[in-house]
Design a protein around this ligand. Sequence first.
Ligand code: 1PR
Length: 584
Amino acid sequence: MGGLYLLDYGAGNVRSLVNAVNQLGYEMNWVNEPSDILKADKLIFPGVGAFGSAIEALNTKHYADPLREYIRSGKPFMGICVGLQSLFEGSEESPDVSGLGIIPGVVRRFDTMDKAVPHMGWNEVFLLKNSLQSKNEENLDKNDDVLHYGIKQRTAYYFVHSYAVPYNSQLKEWTLAITQYGTEKFVSVVQKDNIFCTQFHPEKSGYSGLRILRAFLETNGAAVQLTQKTINIIRSLDDVTNNKKDRFRKRVIACLDVRTNDEGDLVVTKGDQYDVRDRTTTANDNNHINNNNGLSNIVNVAGQVRNLGKPVDLAKRYFDEGADEITFLNITSFRNSPLTDLPMLEILRRTSETVFVPLTIGGGIRDIIDPDGKFHSALEVAGEYFRSGADKVSIGSDAVYATEKYLKNGKKCNGDTAIETIAHAYGSQAVVISVDPKRVYVKSPTDTNHHCLETSIPGPNGESYCWYQCTVKGGREAHDIDVYQLVNACEAMGAGEILLNCINRDGTSSGFDIELIRDVKKSVRIPVIASSGAGNEEHFVEVFRETGVEAALAAGIFHRREVPIESVKRVLKGRGVLIRDSDT
Ligand code: 1PR
């Protein structure tokens, strides 16, 4: 049987890719044994995780030779992320492992001199004029909208990786597009003959990404059309290489706290300083919210868990409104469910059918025991979520316990924490640390051993210093660890991103805690998401300008429709902050 095949080796989220292909009206077959590879008429290799594990999986499963033979046969091949990197000779990520060696060159780690690593988020591709002209002059077309492999010049796509192939002129014949991150320029699209690979994830790049997949599915892979207009607007290679600044976008993230309400339904809720029970209404003054899109007929009852809508519906609404990423936080632990029945798994499966931007899931990423006594490691729990459509897992309480262990161990990694095991198997970019700190005021820095800041917002007794204490169990239990200790330890253990909440600001709409966020951003090299307190568009402008964070997240203002995501992005754009334009 021919058809479209997926070469999956079991690392990370391939559900989104399968869903994207299905959404475009195509069926995907799975490569289950080496001989399946040569049966394919078209093959997609979506590499995720580390270079070494990808290549080792190809070798162990005896896929490497049939893969080389498939590529030599001239049939269309598409590689994604590590699927692109594996075609090269090797990677700094795994120096002892050889790549497939189809393209000359070695994959290198980004430097952290001028940017956060991983490169996580939306960035532009620059189609190279010379590569297009030599390949496609005969294909010029009058239609302005015809795109090269569905790729639009200067459009942003979703990247997530710490290693890339630096561009040099020897790679010209292989390079369709490059991307700049910081001052580094790397190969973001490879194309030669039947080979087409993207370093970014088309299945996570909204409708712009779906267009690329469609172009691959609908054409023979090599069929390309290009308009004269497109060629005219393509910047020359010199323009690109002289560019001083990258075109990396700031992300706007919508966060959905999910829990069961008092009726046992799974709802999106929202706390005030983490208290999700409604304190604003009285029994006679219950609050009806009548909106479209899954919010109609919602009744908030005094003292009960606030209900702001249905998780899957709200996630779709935010995708349509231009959210660059969606985060689900499971804020109840569903202790009575066995791992495979966790309600959030189904929410992710359903969300990933229609939402094509990255999905993060947090809450309960730790070792768990099923009601029948069966033990599951945090790594298994995370694996279940990745297979259900999550791209990243976010770890809260367990990160505090791991930090305590790390500090007790003389700042040495043990290798057995959830952060380390998940980062090792799925890559750092898949591990987010959700921090739930609250302010502790002191009169003088000498009053505490913790990392202290001078604050412009004095404490209740006029204290002008504070430190940020980490908490577990949704803010209910404070530990003797400060945020600075936590983020540095988690970065050392292999975390790829920090989701920085602040209990004092959560749900207050009074703006982000700039002092906290600026301090954390300065302390780590991994990307930071600012969270808690967004009340209007200007708060987003302020946090990006004042702290340099890569992303900002909000919940309440989006759920209550007080400030639409489009409006946040419009204002950011107007104020010169680079954001991803909404795509359709
Ligand atoms: O400890 O690994 O099981 O993870 C639990 C996760 O659930 C943590 O990420 C923790 O932040 C979250 N969580 C637990 N309890 C609550 C609660 O509200 N009672 N939610 C809770 C925290 C998430 C924030 C919020 C922002 C923006 N809320 O990210 O979305 O503060 O809100 P805003 O824009 O309305 O101000 P584990």
